[in-house]
Design a protein around this ligand. Structure first.
Ligand SMILES: Cc1cc2nc3c(=O)[nH]c(=O)nc-3n(C[C@H](O)[C@H](O)[C@H](O)COP(=O)(O)OP(=O)(O)OC[C@H]3O[C@@H](n4cnc5c(N)ncnc54)[C@H](O)[C@@H]3O)c2cc1C
Length: 441
């Protein structure tokens, strides 16, 4: 069995997206020490995902935060390429222990306080053909582009909802994809009233206009959605409907996105209460567990500005400097308030529930069709009877789909929260092997 690495610190931060970066910077600038753990090869999370050689292409705001992080590096240990698979509170006053895997080695982080900033993932609404190669999540396509994969010359359809489809359409057009259609499922009246409500945020409107200009040669249709994808081993065509008429469009790739859902597994392992599908936090971003804070998408889908403000608040409060967070709390409240109208405008329409037929695969890890799942009385029974949600992704994809389709909530989470090596699993058990290399941070 490989030895473990042990890191002992004051504040452990899970997630190196905007929320985790802002939290780490504030902890370090408060004179405390932090360990920030992220499973990606570089910090930045979803929106600031980059390779070292493309860091200059990040927006100025992202570069400023990464510079601040570098300036505080004496107080921050960064563990990239490290997946946390267990998080627990130790007895008495001993704080928290995170257990993870890094380059095939088990690692432990012990800390007095934890900030969970694990972000969000895409929600899939399964439709016939959604598992075909060439059908991507919009965020997944964006991640591929940022990691250097090109769609140049490919005929691409984007179908989904929400503001995220705009930067992805712009990025694909810039990459040289032949973007045939961008279909937004929300009705044009909803999108128009949302856009009108943005008059107080000219920066956001200007950004949206800039994205739209980048794919100006492509129709951007409201009130239209994908109903099926077909192809022989790879997507070759998709059906798009407006509820009245359905047309078939030949394509090489379909990028589909029906919103985001928070990554709650580790917060749940720590025993944090949830509210409306996100981690419940107080004004200081503290969860229902004393010493556990949460920031960014995991505390409610809100975008990068909210993630930064919440990360800063969590970092300050976890360092005992709540008074300095007051101004940020006002800013957070203002930002969060304006999000409610976005949620309303881009709420998935009821017709989308009819996309998933009895034959549609819902759990793609275990190949379980919707018809088999609906014979069960709930998620637990569906797992027992069909193995839905029991595969490598542990229900990360089908869990959110079934919540949308049937209102079923995943009621349990198990260690390890992600697949790991057997040696890591053995270390991750409550009494890990004593063969550890200790690093103090
Ligand atoms: C796929 C995707 C693409 C997106 N693209 C855009 C975009 O182009 N433009 C835009 O404005 N917004 C985009 N968003 C929304 C954007 O992610 C958020 O607005 C913003 O990044 C939120 O910051 P965050 O720090 O809360 O989360 P994130 O940026 O998601 O960061 C969370 C971090 O936690 C890490 N993590 C999660 N679980 C673990 C674990 N178990 N162990 C270790 N690390 C872990 C992840 O690797 C990630 O780096 C995207 C979201 C998604 C899901």
């Amino acid at each position: 069995m490989n030895a473990s690495e042990l890191y002992v610190t004051e504040v452990a931060i899970i997630g190196g997206g905007p929320a985790g970066i802002a939290a780490a910077v504030r902890v370090a600038e408060s004179g405390r020490r932090a360990v920030i753990v992220d499973e990606g090869p570089n910090l930045g999370g979803q929106i600031w995902r980059h390779r070292p050689e493309t860091v200059h292409k990040l927006p100025a705001n992202a570069r400023r935060w990464l510079d601040r992080l570098r300036a505080a590096s004496g107080a921050i240990t960064v563990l990239s390429g490290t997946s946390v698979v267990d998080a627990r509170q130790e007895g008495g006053d001993s704080g928290f222990t995170l257990s993870g895997e890094r380059a095939h080695t088990h690692c432990l982080v012990r800390a007095k306080a934890v900030i969970v900033a694990t972000g969000a993932r895409e929600r899939w609404i399964p439709f016939p053909g959604w598992t075909l190669p060439g059908v991507f999540g919009v965020g997944g396509a964006q991640a591929l582009l940022k990691s250097g994969v090109s769609f140049r010359g490919k005929r691409v359809i984007i179908a989904g909802t929400g503001p995220l489809i705009l930067p992805v359409a712009a990025a694909l057009a810039k990459d040289g994809a032949r973007l045939l259609l961008v279909a937004e499922q929300a009705a044009s009246a909803s999108v128009a009233s949302f856009a009108l409500g943005l008059w107080r945020k000219p920066g956001t409107l200007a950004q949206a206009a800039k994205y739209r200009a980048a794919f100006r040669g492509t129709p951007y249709r409201m009130g239209q959605w994908i109903t099926a994808a077909r192809g022989d081993g790879h997507v070759e065509e998709v059906d798009i409907t407006d509820g009245q008429t359905t047309r078939t469009i030949a394509c090489d790739a379909a990028c589909v996105g029906f919103g985001l859902v928070p990554n709650l597994e580790l917060a749940r392992l720590l025993g944090c209460e949830l509210t409306s599908g996100a981690v419940q936090v107080d004004a200081r971003q503290q969860t229902s567990r004393a010493g556990v804070y949460s920031a960014g998408e995991i505390a409610g889908i809100g975008g990068v500005e909210v993630a930064l403000a919440e990360g800063e608040i969590a970092g300050l409060c976890a360092s005992g400097r709540s008074a300095e967070a007051r101004r940020l709390m006002v800013r957070r409240a203002r930002l969060r308030k304006s999000l409610a109208s976005m949620e309303r405008a881009f709420a998935p329409r009821d017709e989308l529930r009819a996309l998933t037929t009895a034959e549609t695969i819902v759990c793609r890890c275990e190949d379980v069709a919707f018809g088999a799942i609906t014979r069960a009385a709930g998620l637990r029974q569906a797992k027992l009877y069909t193995r839905a949600g029991m595969g490598p992704c542990q229900g990360r994809v089908c869990g959110a789909s079934l919540e949308f389709l049937l209102g079923w909530n995943a009621d349990s989470v198990r260690v390890p929260s992600e697949p790991v090596l057997l040696s890591t699993l053995m270390h991750a058990m409550p009494n890990p092997s004593p063969s550890i290399t200790e690093t103090r941070s």
